[in-house]
Design a protein around this ligand. Structure first.
Ligand code: NAP
Length: 312
């Protein structure tokens, strides 16, 4: 594994980080989740991305991670960067969603309990909340750091103007935004244009999620929608998104990847790393997928011709 500094900070992150949004909840097989975490760890993946609502059921991905840490990796805590977030729905009522100080701090406390951690390395505001003054959300992040519940803070999914406001507030409070998290892939490149430059100009690291467009940039759907796949669950990736055109594009991109000696998911991850982002957060449902994806770091250089073909 190679590591890159996150923005202007002294924090280094692995080129590939592992996310626990899917396949690590109480409804997923624990042994597979544990095997993936241990495999990633052995391969130098030191950064694990979680959130209060990851499961299913919501919150249980934090419990799975906490159990593996406790039972298998406890002595390695100081070699890891563990992130959690609050911002989307966490519980019913007016204090379980958004960016209020009440929600941010209560959710951070709950996440610490579920993981069994004393502190998070990075705690994020998961989304911009237009109903809460941005100063309130940012001050909650600052106070989470000041009270020892997190070492660094991050933001995710903020529109570019609010992204800049967040950086300015955090900078003035001497708790700079270490990392900004956005969806980015060959299929969804917009944030690389709209948000990556803002992060770079303000000294924040930039980490991409859903680099494989939740599985569309792989060979997962070339022969229909397999049982157990994300599209088969029809929640975050819906079956109607797997159109003939999407599958045909995956096949054409797969041919470019093959000429580079890569699988399509490897090329999709390499393509992001070539954009000079800090790290790419992958998801996986098996050790085989994870191992396939981790090989992406071995070929992150693209010719102009390859970039043009991908674009086309
Ligand atoms: N900040 C935010 O708002 C936000 C939002 C979304 C995600 N995230 C973070 O980003 C992480 C990654 O997101 P993601 O899971 O959507 O990422 P992704 O890498 O785009 O998609 C992962 C899915 O693609 C399929 N896949 C992965 N490798 C494969 C391979 N080699 N061959 C075939 N299929 C493969 C698997 O689907 P199957 O399950 O069908 O096998 C896997 O679950 C999340 O876990 C979370 O930590 C953050």
């Amino acid at each position: 594994m190679d590591y890159r500094f996150s923005g202007n900070s002294g924090l280094q992150l692995p080129l590939i980080s592992l996310g626990l949004w899917h396949n690590f909840g109480s409804e997923d097989p624990y042994d597979i989740a544990r095997d993936m975490l241990l495999h990633a760890w052995e391969k130098g993946v030191t950064h694990f991305d979680i959130a209060n609502n990851y499961g299913p059921a919501p919150g249980t991905a934090e419990m799975t991670f906490g159990r593996v840490l406790r039972e298998d990796l406890a002595s390695h805590r100081d070699e890891m960067i563990i992130a959690s977030k609050a911002g989307y729905w966490g519980w019913d009522g007016p204090y379980g969603n958004g960016g209020s100080r009440k929600y941010m701090i209560a959710s951070c406390d709950q996440s610490l309990k579920r993981t069994g951690l004393e502190y998070f390395d990075i705690f994020y505001s998961h989304r911009y909340d237009p109903q809460t003054p941005i100063e309130e959300t940012m001050q909650a992040l600052v106070d989470i750091v000041r009270s020892g519940k997190a070492l660094y803070v991050g933001i995710s999914n903020y529109p570019a103007d609010k992204q800049k406001e967040a950086y300015d507030y955090l900078h003035a409070a001497h708790v700079p935004c270490v990392l900004s998290q956005y969806k980015a892939s060959i299929a969804f490149p917009e944030t690389l244009v709209n948000n990556l430059p803002v992060a770079q100009e303000n000294g924040s690291g930039f980490i991409c999620f859903s680099p494989l467009a939740q599985g569309l940039l792989t060979n997962r759907y070339l022969n229909g929608i397999p049982a157990g796949s994300r599209a088969s669950k029809n929640v975050f990736l819906r079956s109607e998104q797997v159109t003939d055109e999407v599958v045909a594009r995956a096949q054409r991109l797969g041919a470019i990847a093959a000429r580079r000696g890569q699988s399509l998911p490897q090329m999709a991850i390499s393509w992001l790393l070539a954009k000079n982002v800090t790290s790419v957060i992958i998801g996986a449902s098996s050790v085989t997928q994870l191992e396939d994806n981790l090989q992406a770091i071995n070929n992150i250089h693209f010719t102009e011709e390859e970039l043009n073909l991908i674009q086309a």
